[in-house]
Design a protein around this ligand. Structure first.
Ligand code: ATP
Length: 235
């Protein structure tokens, strides 16, 4: 039997009195392009941070390709590429240095051929020796994607990767992510934009106040809700 790419069962997380995740259950199959939607503060980033092992849940189980994120962090993390929302880098490293450091984090040496391939497919080859501080916001966002791919993870999670990104870059990014999905990667995308999820995702979970309030195929969700009211809720 194939293991799910991601299994999330009864996951809870509170910050003081604030319940950021109130018992989330989700199973995402290998090869899916899955959308995680919800308004500001719904808990999307908290859930992704828990999957990446950056936030420890209060309860429940998170697994990536069958590996428990808390008890078998190393293997869970090896299977997961995370494109975070925040553009945080050391400004004095070059693009290539950052990717090498990321490779080192996963214990991979001699990864330069793969790094070259990633740089080429993200149109970053010419910037390989540039310091991060000299790159535009859009290029920095592409470096985040490159970093997530360095260890060839089968599952890739992107946390609002197109926030503040212009239309051209947005489309380039989606073309790239679609190709990753066609090549067999499981993609999980968080976004505020239903339009974005609508064109990309096969299934969508709607998160609200730390709970999954709807989970279905994109087509069914659109049919179930009046499109307009769903758009308003998501926006
Ligand atoms: P957005 O779409 O705005 O990024 P989100 O759906 O990703 O929102 P989270 O960032 O996961 O939501 O936040 C969920 C809730 O948890 C929010 O109320 C937020 O203020 C709170 N929260 C998140 N991180 C912390 C933290 N480190 N300390 C305290 N509260 C936090």
């Amino acid at each position: 039997m194939t293991v799910p790419a991601i299994r999330i069962a009864s996951v809870t997380k509170s910050y003081g009195a604030l319940k950021a995740l109130g018992g989330v259950d989700l199973e995402i199959g290998q090869g899916e392009f899955f959308g995680l939607l919800g308004p500001n503060g719904a808990g999307k980033t908290t859930l992704i941070s828990a999957l990446a092992g950056l936030v420890r849940p209060d309860g429940g189980v998170l697994e990536v390709m069958g590996h428990d994120v808390v008890r078998d962090y190393r293997n869970a993390r090896r299977n997961l590429g995370v494109v975070p929302q925040e553009l945080v880098f050391d400004p004095f490293f070059t693009v290539r240095e950052l990717l090498r450091i990321q490779s080192g984090y996963f214990g991979i040496r001699g990864n330069d051929d793969w790094i070259d391939e990633i740089l080429a497919s993200l149109d970053l080859t010419a910037k390989a020796s540039s310091n991060m501080r000299s790159l535009s916001g859009g290029m920095k966002r592409r470096v985040l994607v490159a970093q997530a791919l360095v260890h060839r993870p089968p599952v890739i999670v992107l946390d609002e990767p197109t926030a503040g990104v212009d239309v051209e870059l947005r489309q380039g990014l989606w073309q790239f992510v679609r190709k990753l999905n066609r090549d067999g990667h499981t993609i999980v995308l968080t976004t505020h934009y239903l339009e974005e999820a609508e064109t990309l995702c096969g299934r969508i979970a709607m998160l609200k106040a730390g709970k999954v309030v709807a989970l279905d195929t994109t087509d069914n969700l659109l049919r179930r809700f009046a499109t307009h009211s769903l758009r308003v809720k998501v926006g």
